[in-house]
Design a protein around this ligand. Structure first.
Ligand SMILES: Nc1ncnc2c1ncn2[C@@H]1O[C@H](COP(=O)(O)OP(=O)(O)OP(=O)(O)O)[C@@H](O)[C@H]1O
Ligand SMILES: [Mg+2]
Length: 615
């Protein structure tokens, strides 16, 4: 086989364009990316050789070597780790498997200012491609441990790459950067200078567990200390932050660092981070979760789901457990009793850290804005920590434009108010203006406005907070004291309600008088356990067939339309026009809550006819 020229996948090409045209200002980080890849490759080889005794690989001096040539203006990063096969190279270097790439690129195109673009690219992380910020050509030579032949890959980052087999490649991978000319105005430093390389390695990669050597020197540039094994007092914030960037591939400092050590029957160390920003794939099904698992300093796996629950998938970091087998599989981990204990402790610690973070309002608001929606999933999945999670909630309410905690809501409750009121819906405006709100606003009761899709689900599970019921204002009977409908009013309306119930029986299961309306004529409410219209819509959007939910039509007994209808009905119960009025009344109630009419064309025709007659 000879040399072949292949095209990068379209998304990769666009990403490379961004790199080549140096969109990101901190160019130094390309070296961290390469060293991180080399370190991963060494981790993988060590683990594979521990598990597979027959693997023909040399593990006697695993390390990362850096070589610079000022003359040729090249920098080479070499490792003797796991290496890649030809297919690996095409798959891993020629394409981006990362979810959210298209989304990121779209946002990139849409964002106008440079700072926003930097933010996006940093959040996404571009790994290997960051080399094209500093190099106009990159050559990669690699041989997979245990295989005979190697592969040479080369590209200028402009849309294509060349790939060919090589016979004499050493085990592992070397990446050679043909450096762009120095341009300090553009933060493009001299990466062929020893001094610069030393500085960058010390700064970004000191904790890497493998020796990083420069030139002929055997003394590593890095201290190699596993950060999580050092006492907290000896680690600087900057070291923590660089380590975070290494494990998370985020380019921004974390919001919070959690360092734990457990001794006794099951020893482990954990170094966890709460990021400042949500990753692109936080709400994507293929999104990653979990922290890295080490066993006595040996890297075992990335994204260890067994260690953190789904709703804390944004937590990054490392857990080093001392008493596990290196061979442990994901399946076994899920059932391991000790891992379950560790997981419970990690969850408690993360939640207590967040609880402490609430002391600083700005910081917590920042956290909530990024991860609040994920945390709400915990209310559904994690019954053990429900109380802590409820205390962490921040929700919009009718009280002000600001978010409120449940505790603050309770402290503002009116003396005669028994329940915590909320309403779910698609948007704040829709909920705020819905007729269900009327009597609550009139009485000065605060209502929580829940518009996240996940809200629809957790409110069904949580019945109370601090001894107060959580009550939807769009469901069930409301009893707002004084507005209760007197018995004689009930009697007066009984025949009309019965008649309406029959005429509208395809659409509603009951018609009754309301105490929640002050200005609107009618609204539609659900029974305590009825599915809400928003949730129904969500299920339909996901392609789920649902039986149509019939809800209840409530009428405002003081509204002229309703009293008028009552008089008209008692005067001439057989009048044909009354049936139309009933239909219109139902339609109006549906529209007021943002619902959809079954037959909008018919509805508009009826309205137009009525209007025409009134002119
Ligand atoms: N030195 C190396 N040895 C072996 N495989 C490597 C090496 N460098 C890169 N790879 C492979 O190429 C893939 C892509 O690398 P890249 O740095 O772009 O992404 P990543 O490391 O997976 O994620 P991130 O964007 O977080 O760095 C890696 O996942 C790895 O499989
Ligand atoms: Mg990488």
């Amino acid at each position: 086989m000879s040399s072949e020229t292949l095209e990068f996948q379209a998304e990769t090409r666009q990403l490379l364009q961004l790199m080549v045209h140096s969109i990101y200002s901190n160019k130094d980080i390309f070296l961290r990316e390469l060293i991180s890849n080399a370190s991963d490759a060494l981790d993988k080889l060590r683990l594979e050789s521990l598990i597979d005794k027959d693997l023909e690989a040399d593990t006697s001096d695993l390390h990362i070597a850096l070589e610079v040539s000022a003359e040729d203006r090249t920098l080479t990063v070499r490792d003797n780790g796991i290496g890649m096969s030809r297919d690996d190279v095409v798959q891993l270097i020629g394409t981006i498997a990362k979810s959210g790439t298209a989304e990121m690129l779209r946002k990139m195109r849409e964002s106008k200012d440079a700072a926003a673009k930097q933010e996006l690219i940093g959040q996404f992380g571009v790994g290997f491609y960051s080399t094209f910020m500093v190099a106009d050509k990159v050559t990669l030579v690699t041989r997979r441990a245990g295989e005979k032949g190697g592969t040479r890959w080369e590209s200028a980052g402009e849309g294509t790459y060349e790939i060919e087999p090589v016979d004499d490649a050493p085990q592992g991978t070397s990446v050679t950067l043909h450096l762009k000319p120095e341009d300090t105005d553009d933060q493009l430093h001299d990466y062929a200078a020893d001094r610069k390389i030393r500085e960058i390695v010390k700064r970004y990669s000191d904790f890497i567990a493998w020796p990083i050597r420069l030139g002929d020197s055997d003394t590593p540039l890095n201290s190699m200390k596993a950060l999580w094994a050092r006492p907290r007092s000896e680690v600087s914030d900057e070291e923590y932050h660089e380590f975070y960037k290494h494990v998370s591939h985020d380019w921004t400092d974390p919001l919070e660092t959690i360092h734990m050590k457990a001794e006794g029957t099951f020893e482990y160390e954990a170094l966890l981070f709460i990021p400042s920003r949500a990753p692109f794939d936080l709400f994507m099904r293929e999104g990653k979760r979990g922290v890295q698992l080490y066993v006595k300093r040996v890297f075992i796996m990335d994204d260890c789901e067994a260690l953190t629950p789904q709703y804390l998938r944004f937590v990054k970091g490392v857990v080093d457990a001392h008493d596990l087998s290196l061979n442990i599989s994901r399946e076994i981990l899920q059932q391991d009793r000790q891992i379950q204990v560790v997981r419970r402790r990690l969850v408690k610690k993360v939640l207590s850290t967040l609880t402490e973070m609430r002391e600083s309002k700005e910081k917590y608001l920042g956290f909530w804005g990024e991860f609040g929606r994920a945390l709400k999933e915990g209310l559904i999945d994690d019954a053990d920590n429900r109380d802590a999670l409820l205390d962490l909630l921040l929700l919009p309410s009718t009280a002000s434009g600001e978010l409120t905690s449940l505790r603050d809501y309770v402290s503002r409750m009116k003396e005669d108010q028994k329940d915590i009121y909320y309403m779910t819906g698609e948007s704040r405006a829709m909920v705020e203006h819905s007729p269900h709100m009327e009597a609550f606003l009139a009485k000065g009761y605060e209502v929580l406005i829940l518009t996240d899709p996940v809200d629809e689900v957790w409110v069904e599970r949580i019945t109370e907070f601090d001894g107060k019921q959580l009550q939807s204002i769009a469901k069930g009977q409301v009893d707002l004291g004084a507005t209760e409908t007197p018995a004689e009013q009930q009697e007066e309306f009984a025949p009309l309600l019965k008649w309406l119930g029959e005429k509208l029986q395809d659409d509603v299961k009951d018609v009754r008088l309301s105490s929640r309306l002050t200005t609107s004529a009618a609204c539609i409410v659900g029974d305590e356990h009825d599915i809400t219209p928003t949730l129904e819509k969500m299920y339909r959007a996901m392609g789920q067939e649902l039986p149509r939910t019939k809800r209840i039509l409530e009428l405002n007994p003081t509204h002229p339309l309703v009293t008028g209808l009552r008089s008209a009905f008692s005067a001439a119960p057989d009048d044909e026009g009354l049936v139309e009025t009933a239909e219109l009344l139902h339609g109006v109630a549906l529209l007021a809550e943002g619902g959809e009419l079954a037959d909008p064309a018919r509805f508009t025709r009826l309205v137009a006819d009525r209007l025409a007659r009134s002119l």
